[in-house]
Write a protein that binds this ligand. Structure first.
Ligand code: ATP
Length: 399
């Protein structure tokens, strides 16, 4: 071999090697936590089955679903607190399905903080490190660091009964984080807290999770929390993952009526009933339309039937309609709800009841109950429902 060949051969080999290992690492990152065919029964009750998922390193996944759908049992199975009847749990290429909880490298925070009442905050946090026989100096360093992360440095010497609910839950979080878990599991950690603290801690958890790049599974039955927090949401129903995807896809493209019913305040309409609103008959049994995909116009002809509104300064701007709009469907406003920056009108369109959301710009623009209106649908936002792949608009037939 010529001496000059050596470096070339070498460098090609090196770059191939680097490329392959980079790709391998990337693939491993995409499949950091793998759930394969997990199933669990309690006696005759099927809690979950056919649970398959790939979770990337550093992803924030929310398990969302109604009470009793199996979220907590699935989370506990990943932590090793429940066994599974079949299936595998793989973390970073290692099968942990039969490992005891303490050998899984998983931290968990529950709905009710289980702190030791007779230990100060710092000792509560240090407990896991003591069990692992971490040296005192190292223990102190890690406790100090994690208390700073959850903003509890000033409370380190307090006992749990001297803390607020939110602070106690932050101690629980610190206790889970201090052992430097590979995966963090959070089982409704916010549900016992009042709304304001809940929002604050929610944001704090997400910030900490991002800064540590920690793969996290978060259980909630609060749809808004799931939409706000997650990289991806696993929507669970009766022990199965009904749909998984990012917030936008779950919100705008529900796979079926159950998903639509859980994710938003969709109008679910039988196709025949929806025909006058869409201007065509959809070939699936049902369509779903978000309230914000419907447009409301006061009926100019009938406005004078409500004397006083013009004089009172009713000033509802005609909304500009989307490009692909259905026919005008006449209706009457039955009632409305003020939902902060949204007004939700319930409109009766010849027997078809529709929820229509309009931006709440000012009190002067509020349309009165009993006003005659016209409703239009944004045809680009029509979801044909029936089977599990209904995000596909080609299934909506014109005709
Ligand atoms: N130890 C148990 N023994 C028998 N059945 C159980 C046990 N734990 C849970 N279950 C049942 O398994 C099903 C799923 O429970 P799980 O707690 O996982 O649901 P969840 O979705 O987390 O509900 P929630 O949001 O109310 O906590 C429920 O029907 C529940 O009654």
């Amino acid at each position: 071999m010529l001496a000059t060949d050596m470096p070339q051969t070498h460098s090609r080999h090196d770059s191939d090697g680097l490329l392959t290992s980079a790709l391998r690492e990337q693939a491993a990152d995409q499949q950091y936590l793998t759930l394969k065919g997990l199933a669990k029964r309690f006696g005759k009750t099927r809690v979950f089955s056919d649970i398959d998922a790939e979770i990337a390193r550093g992803e924030f996944i929310t398990l969302l679903g109604p009470s009793g759908c199996g979220k907590s049992t699935l989370l506990r199975a990943i932590a090793g607190l429940n066994d599974v009847d079949s299936g595998e749990i793989i973390v970073d290429g290692h099968d942990i399905t039969r490992l005891p909880p303490q050998r899984r490298g998983i931290g968990m925070v529950f709905q009710h903080y289980a702190l030791f009442p007779n230990m100060r905050v710092a000792d509560n946090v240090a407990f896991g490190l003591r069990m692992k026989k971490v040296r005192p100096e190292e223990r102190e360093r890690r406790v100090t660091e994690v208390l700073r992360l959850v903003e509890l440095t000033d409370q380190a010497q307090r006992y749990p009964h001297q803390l607020s609910g939110g602070q106690r839950q932050r101690v629980a979080l610190a206790r889970a984080l201090v052992v430097e878990p590979q995966i963090l599991l959070l089982d409704e950690p916010l549900s016992a807290l009042d709304a304001r603290i809940r929002r604050h801690l929610r944001d704090q958890i997400r910030d900490i999770q991002k800064s540590l790049g920690l793969t996290t599974l978060f259980v909630t039955h609060d749809q808004e929390e799931a939409l706000l927090l997650s990289d991806r949401i696993f929507l669970m129903h009766q022990g199965s993952i009904l749909q998984q995807g990012n917030a936008a896809s779950l919100y705008t493209r529900p796979v079926d009526a159950t998903a639509a019913g859980f994710m938003g305040h969709y109008n679910l309409i039988g196709s025949e009933l929806a025909r006058p609103l869409l201007g065509y008959l959809c070939d699936s049994p049902q369509v779903a339309l978000r309230p914000e995909a419907l447009y409301l116009q006061p009926d100019e002809m009938t406005r004078p039937l409500l004397p006083g509104h013009l004089e009172a300064g009713l000033d509802f701007p005609l909304q500009s309609l989307p490009a692909n709009v259905g026919p005008a469907l006449p209706g009457v406003i039955l009632r409305h709800q003020l939902l902060g920056n949204i007004v939700r009108y319930e409109v009766d369109c010849q027997g078809l009841r529709l929820n229509v959301d309009v931006l709440n710009r000012s009190a002067r623009q509020l349309l009165p109950d009993h006003l005659r209106v016209q409703v239009h649908a944004d045809l680009d936002e029509v979801q044909a429902l029936g089977t599990h792949d209904t995000g596909d608009r080609s299934r909506v037939a014109n005709g």
